[in-house]
Design a protein around this ligand. Structure first.
Ligand code: SAH
Length: 401
């Protein structure tokens, strides 16, 4: 593979179809390979000028030779100095977080398209930054060095780690590389959100960090939670640890033992005399809910936060069936006045699909649901209205009668 570092608008040109051009004019930034008319001689990961079929300039974009998303627009203008543009965008992303992030030292600093930096993700866990590169263009050495130097200068982290998703690199036809430190030496730290403390270990375990997108939903769930609580798909205890300040008993369920081990360490960090000890249960959530529901277990608060069931549009029907089964069982187990906190992180299941699924589950369970809050992802994961894919998380809080 021939690779050219993207450092300036280097004369490469990609011509797109009228349909691709219409998409950009609508405010989206992606053009699919099927809408590329010509990309002759354009190297993998190049910065390119995008033109329509009449040769009219539409903007500057990052090209991928492998992805179905062939170009991602990065500017409506020609780009003379790509590293300078990156530095400005990173500075803007950091400044945006200063306006909208509260009560935490862990949040997403850069969220790809939503920060006009397609293919780049940076999370902050207190004094450690975790970066993830998702595209050929962002993998260029000049981009990495610019990112690392700008983050270091502005946020003064103890260290920066790179989190590699091998599948993403394979799909982008990028050479494999290990996850690990890219600057500094510190591999673990403790971060705080809403006053609750969590371990972060970049070099061991699952390396995924936390689900920062749920941070504001933890607080919202807490505002209504009560009594006996069950956190289903609890991972390292995000909801359960928050619920412990409000509930008389809390149990968390997950199929991953390593996740539950961290959850237990997190519980020890936050243990207060007036709070219940959290019980961690290693189980398949579907089996456990079925057993508990049929054996008459009852709860006052249930959180459902499963992994994405729909990875593509084709999976929609099966995903909705999965969500419905979980929600139906949870509704049957909630005492009158109980609180359901139910989430979906599948982009392909829209908010409307999700609410319809919940309505169907409530009808089948013969329970009446009152919606208290219909929520989404935390504000440090910005939603761009013209890029629907930036909005993916649903979190509905409802009270059953
Ligand atoms: N609520 C968590 C995030 C959940 S992510 C938080 O706020 O941090 C989804 C979790 O579901 C993962 O921890 C994964 O291990 C778990 N999981 C996936 N399939 C499962 C299953 N069938 N039963 C139980 N847990 C499962």
């Amino acid at each position: 593979m021939v690779r050219k570092p993207a450092d300036s608008d280097s004369g490469f040109k990609v011509t797109i179809s009228p349909r691709g051009a219409a998409r950009l004019k609508d405010g989206h930034v992606w053009v699919y390979r099927s809408d590329i008319v010509s990309a002759d001689g354009v190297p993998a990961g190049a910065l390119v000028s995008v033109v329509d079929h009449r040769g009219q300039f539409l903007g500057s974009a990052l090209y991928s030779s492998a992805s179905q998303i062939a170009i991602r627009l990065i500017s409506h203008e020609p780009v003379a100095d790509f590293p300078a543009l990156l530095r400005q965008r990173i500075a803007d992303a950091i400044a945006y977080r200063e306006r909208i992030v509260r009560d935490t030292n862990a949040y997403r600093v850069v969220f790809s398209e939503a920060d006009f930096l397609p293919g780049m993700i940076v999370d902050r866990y207190n004094d450690i930054l975790s970066m993830q590169i998702l595209t050929q263009a962002m993998d260029a050495e000049v981009v990495r060095q610019t990112l690392i130097s700008e983050l270091t200068e502005r946020l003064h982290p103890s260290s920066i780690v790179e989190r590699v998703d091998p599948r993403v690199r394979q799909l982008e036809e990028l050479p494999a590389r290990p996850s690990g430190l890219v600057s500094g030496e510190l591999g673990s730290t403790i971060f705080t959100m809403n006053g609750v403390q969590f371990h972060f270990n970049a070099l061991e375990g699952q390396k995924t960090g936390a689900f920062l997108d749920q941070r504001e939903n933890y607080g919202a769930a807490c505002a209504y939670a009560r009594g006996e609580a069950l956190d289903v798909f609890c991972y390292q205890g995000g909801f359960a640890l928050h619920l412990a300040s409000r509930c008389s008993h809390v149990a968390g369920v997950d199929s991953s033992r390593p996740a539950l081990e961290v959850a237990d360490q997190n519980a020890a960090l936050n243990r207060r005399d007036n709070q219940p000890e959290i019980e961690w249960i290693e189980a398949n959530a579907f089996d456990l809910l079925k057993d508990y529901a049929s054996s008459g277990q009852r709860y006052d608060t249930i959180v459902l936060d499963p992994p994405a069931f729909a990875k593509s549009k084709r999976d929609l029907a099966a995903a909705v069936r999965g969500y419905k089964e979980l929600n139906l069982r949870a509704l049957k187990m909630l005492r009158p006045g109980g609180v359901l906190v139910t989430c979906s992180c599948s982009y392909h299941v829209s908010q409307a699909d999700f609410l319809q699924m919940l309505a169907d589950a409530a009808r089948d369970a013969r329970r009446t649901l009152r919606l208290v809050e219909v929520r989404g992802q935390a504000k440090d994961h910005p939603i761009l209205l013209n890029i629907p894919e930036t909005a993916y998380l649903k979190c509905v809080i409802a009270i059953v009668s």
